[in-house]
Design a protein around this ligand. Structure first.
Ligand SMILES: [Fe+2]
Ligand SMILES: [Fe+2]
Length: 171
């Protein structure tokens, strides 16, 4: 049985992928109506996040570890963040991507450091998603904006992502 800390790490990552799926789903829905050129990118990211979710889902099942009780909250939060940012415009979508993915990558870094010495199977699961998340971050950086007008979006997205991560370590 994996240690409590390892269980917690993968449970949070699993929940986070659910959140990411919902963000990109909501944005894709709105992009289809207003910014069709973005659909291809969003589909690609969505496909990645589904693979990530399955990776963690399988890990949890194989190791008989329960998933996070707050999965529904990640779904709801994801749809809200995705929907609201998409309605604020094209750039806002990428500012959101940048904020989410940079928070995610920051977490992956300390997790990988910890897992490398404590649990190889969990380490492999987490490292398998890193390249995709870096790709998403790059898209966000390249297509987004550093303008001060997006600062509130950045702050809200980052703090809600951090809050959800914190909450999921408790649930
Ligand atoms: Fe992901
Ligand atoms: Fe991602």
């Amino acid at each position: 049985m994996p240690t409590k800390e390892v269980q917690r790490i993968i449970r949070v990552d699993h929940a986070g992928e659910r959140g990411a799926i919902c963000i990109y789903r909501a944005q894709r829905f709105i992009a289809q109506l207003f910014y069709r050129d973005l659909v291809k990118h969003l589909d690609e990211m969505l496909a990645h996040e589904k693979v990530h979710f399955d990776t963690f889902n399988t890990w949890l099942r194989v190791n008989h570890v329960r998933h996070c009780y707050a999965l529904w909250l990640w779904s709801l939060g994801g749809y809200l963040l995705g929907g609201i940012t998409a309605l604020m415009g094209k750039k806002a979508i990428w500012v959101c991507t940048q904020a989410v993915e940079s928070t995610v990558l920051h977490h992956l870094d300390w997790q990988l450091e910890y897992l490398e010495v404590h649990d190889q199977s969990a380490f492999q699961a987490v490292i398998s998603i890193k390249k995709d998340e870096e790709e998403h971050l790059n898209l966000g950086v390249n297509l987004g904006s550093n303008s001060i007008i997006y600062l509130p979006i950045r702050l809200v997205v980052k703090s809600s992502t951090k809050f959800a991560i914190w909450l999921s370590t408790k649930l």
